[in-house]
Design a protein around this ligand. Structure first.
Ligand SMILES: Nc1nc2c(ncn2[C@@H]2O[C@H](COP(=O)(O)OP(=O)(O)OP(=O)(O)O)[C@@H](O)[C@H]2O)c(=O)[nH]1
Length: 452
């Protein structure tokens, strides 16, 4: 597109002096004395499609441009909204460009949707903009702050001097992008859409016919090309990050708390399970010790046979529960054991006792009970065995002793006293009889059994 500083062509042209807003990109601006922006491109097209040529009258503010239009020093302004006030000194072409107006606030402000939600907030509007008339007419309660330019209004919002600014979406966005005003956001729509036209002073209103005809010739493709050239809007950040941050902080706090609780509970559980393990260990230890204690209270520590205590408890008290008619008591005493101790020492004597006990244990049946009665004396309780069976057991033991090779080739014999428990006999009495029989065996030469 050609720029708007239009040179005269060979055709007969009517020269029109025009003013613009020098600071309203992307619509228009004067940069280094040159008119640029959307309106510049439209004027270039109108130069082609009409017999008009346009000469820029440079100004330093929109206000000044309006003043020059009112004074007739400018005859045209290429892009503006129609308002009743402007109708007093301008005539307007057909609408050729539309753009929404937006409310701009700091990102910390909530989304406002429209003028009706501004409430007590202050609203900045560029002086002499159509929106001033609109807001004062329809929202007279809004506290407005008039600024010289859009730039000034946006700067006031960014600085926190006013709460909200209203302006054209295209120019607002261009300004925010150019100046990196990342603290600002579009907070809502502001009033009616801009319907932009060309305004000419009443004295020149006869050129409007040409202008409208020229505007009508502008193709859809031309409109789109201009729009694309100047419309560089990217969506202004519309996420309220302060809210997101608050939610994130809250979530992090919850996660942290849950994590802390989980770690705490895990620690406690580990501690508990360690304690339980230690307790179980102690319990096992106690059971083992109890078992050991049980074993020790019931067994002779040297030979591991039942001891006299167990024997007394089990048989002297309730042997009658067994079938009394078939119980045989055999009292056994190693012969001349003192001589073994004296000859080979006490330790050897101990080993002989252990080996002797093993022989007894191996010689009896599973349900017979062998116990160490004390010293070198033993007792066997045979169940379901008659006197003959008891005798045979004594003979078997005698034979085993004879065949067994004791330490130091010591020859060990023993004497037996056998008694069968009578039907109504007290077991203690039976013991005494067996003991007497044993004494008898000793007296009559040892290495033999005697029956009571
Ligand atoms: N090594 C050892 N000797 C024991 C143990 N208990 C008792 N004795 C010994 O066994 C011997 C028993 O001797 P005595 O009662 O005189 O009887 P004996 O020498 O076997 O003679 P007779 O019974 O008459 O054949 C004693 O010298 C006791 O010290 C023991 O646990 N270990």
């Amino acid at each position: 597109f050609a720029e708007a500083a239009i040179s005269a062509t060979s055709k007969t042209t009517t020269m029109i002096r025009y003013c613009v807003d020098p600071d309203w990109l992307p619509y228009e601006a004067i940069i280094d004395g040159r008119h640029i922006g959307i309106s510049s491109d439209y004027l270039a097209l109108l130069t082609d499609y009409t017999d008009l040529s346009f000469v820029l009258v440079p100004t330093s503010s929109w206000r000044q441009s309006l003043a020059l239009l009112q004074q007739g020093q400018c005859e045209l302004t290429p892009i503006l909204n129609q308002t009743p006030k402007r109708d007093e000194y301008l005539s307007f072409s057909d609408v050729f460009f539309k753009s929404p107006n937006v409310l701009v606030s700091l990102k910390t402000q909530p989304f406002l949707q429209g003028f009706e939600h501004i409430g007590q907030r202050t609203l900045a509007i560029p002086k002499d903009y159509r929106l001033v008339e609109y807001v004062q007419t329809f929202y007279p309660d809004i506290k407005t702050v008039l600024t010289m330019t859009e730039r000034e209004g946006l700067a006031k919002v960014a600085n926190g001097d006013v709460d909200v600014f209203v302006g054209s979406m295209f120019s607002v966005n261009a300004y925010i992008q150019q100046h990196g005003l990342s603290s600002l956001k579009i907070a809502g729509w502001g009033g009616p859409e801009d319907e932009l036209r060309i305004g000419v002073v009443h004295a020149k209103k006869d050129i409007l016919e040409q202008i409208n005809a020229g505007l009508a010739k502008i193709t859809h493709a031309d409109h789109i090309a201009i729009y694309k050239k100047w419309h560089n809007i990217t969506v202004v950040e519309d996420i309220d990050y302060s809210l997101v941050l608050q939610i994130l902080a809250l979530l992090s706090l919850c996660i942290f708390f849950l994590l802390y609780r989980t770690i705490d509970v895990t620690k406690y559980n580990r501690h508990l399970s360690e304690h339980n393990k230690a307790l179980q260990q102690l319990q096992l230890e106690l059971e083992r010790k109890n078992n050991d204690l049980d074993f020790l209270t019931q067994h002779d520590p040297l030979t591991k046979l039942y001891n006299r205590h167990y024997f007394n408890q089990t048989f002297l008290t309730d042997a009658r529960q067994h079938d009394g008619n078939n119980i045989c008591l055999i009292m056994i005493d190693i012969d001349l054991f003192k001589a073994i101790n004296d000859c080979y020492g006490h330790a050897t004597g101990d080993r002989v006792l252990v080996q002797f006990a093993d022989i007894l244990q191996l010689s009896v049946r599973d349900d017979d009970v062998v116990a160490r009665w004390g010293g070198e004396e033993f007792v066997i309780v045979c169940q379901h065995v008659d006197i003959q069976g008891a005798k045979e057991l004594c003979q078997r033991i005698t034979q085993e002793l004879q065949d067994f090779s004791f330490d130091n080739n010591i020859k060990v014999t023993c004497s037996f006293g056998i008694a069968v428990l009578g039907e109504h006999e007290a077991i203690q009495h039976c013991f005494e009889r067996a003991d007497m029989a044993l004494l008898q065996a000793k007296k009559t030469g040892r290495n033999r059994y005697c029956c009571a």
